[in-house]
Design a protein around this ligand. Structure first.
Ligand SMILES: [Fe+2]
Ligand SMILES: [Fe+2]
Length: 312
């Protein structure tokens, strides 16, 4: 019945576009408003992928995903680190600690929510009858340098590394006893069935965390656009410790991904490295846009692919 409805509503030869965004941080009212202001009719044959860090509030996440499903034919979502917080920093009344014993329980609840709302968290083929593409979510977390040499960690010229004290995840997430394993391994292992699939069309993959250390730093070209971005205002904080893992890169290359969307750093990139185009299009915090760390245009999803032109 549902299939019949969707086939009558959608012309199989109509153009399809794929849009991406991450780090929409909708606890900031103006970020949520920007997304709720997206046109209700303009994207009805399109796909939107959201690469994590929308909110740690499940009810608010449901509001966002429902609103996006009203606008886009396909919506894909993967949780970032913020979604997996089970204690709240700002609002102690809405404390998920009572609801979820661990962040893994909350991750599973988010996947259930997505399923209820027909938001995909597994590979989804989209496109028209004769030009299609696979959208492949890759779950992840960051490896610390102590956990795995695939960590994106780079040392900084600072006497004291206070990342552990300064990074909220260490206080607001709760993990099972991994018994020698670690959080990143847990999520990366969840991707194994997806990696063993064969894809009969080009692949756009997406993860919340960074897949390569070199993406941490702006390229020469990117540096030309702003001085502010490169001023280190917190030398005791080393983001590379909590940035991602190269295993994500190994995974996306193993499925021949052409374009990979990622988020987390709130520093946006569009760069081709060894045949793969890496795109970060984080909306970020209002104050990051005010300071020029994130461009104002990032309040709207970025066009990644369409049936007319292919990749952007
Ligand atoms: Fe974020
Ligand atoms: Fe993040």
């Amino acid at each position: 019945m549902n299939q019949e409805i969707s086939q009558t509503q959608h012309d199989l030869n109509a153009p399809v576009r794929v849009w991406g965004i991450s780090d929409v941080h909708i606890d900031y009212e103006e970020n949520l408003t920007a997304l709720l202001n997206l046109d209700l009719h303009a994207y009805q044959n399109d796909a939107l992928i959201i690469a994590g860090d929308a909110t740690d509030d499940m009810e608010r996440l449901a509001v966002l995903l429902k609103a996006m499903k009203q606008r886009y034919r396909w919506v894909g979502f993967i949780p970032g680190n913020h979604e997996l917080w089970i204690a709240r920093k700002r609002n102690k009344d809405a404390n998920d600690q009572a609801k979820f014993a661990t962040s893994v329980d909350k991750f599973n609840a988010i996947r259930d929510l997505c399923q209820q709302l027909a938001v995909f968290t597994a590979p989804q083929k989209v496109g028209s009858q004769d030009n299609s593409i696979w959208l492949v979510p890759l779950f992840s977390w960051y490896h610390s340098p102590e956990e795995n040499p695939a960590s994106l960690y780079a040392s900084k010229k600072c006497e004291k590394d206070r990342t552990q004290e300064m990074w909220s995840d260490f206080f607001l997430t709760q993990w099972p006893d991994w018994k020698g394993g670690n959080t990143a391994d847990y999520f990366l292992n969840l991707n194994k069935p997806v990696l063993s699939e064969s894809y009969d069309a080009p692949v756009i993959s997406f993860s919340h965390f960074l897949p390569l250390q070199e993406l941490l730093m702006a390229s020469k070209e990117e540096r030309k656009h702003s001085d502010l971005v490169y001023k280190d205002i917190t030398p005791e904080f080393n983001f590379s410790r909590v940035a991602g893992t190269q295993i994500i890169d190994q995974q996306l290359r193993s499925i021949n991904s052409t374009l990979h969307l990622y988020g987390h750093q709130h520093r946006n990139r569009h760069r081709k490295i060894d045949g793969v185009t890496y795109v970060s299009h984080c909306m970020g915090y209002p104050k990051e846009r005010q300071r020029g760390l994130v461009a104002n245009e990032c309040t709207h999803p970025k066009l990644l692919w369409d049936t007319q032109q292919g990749f952007y």
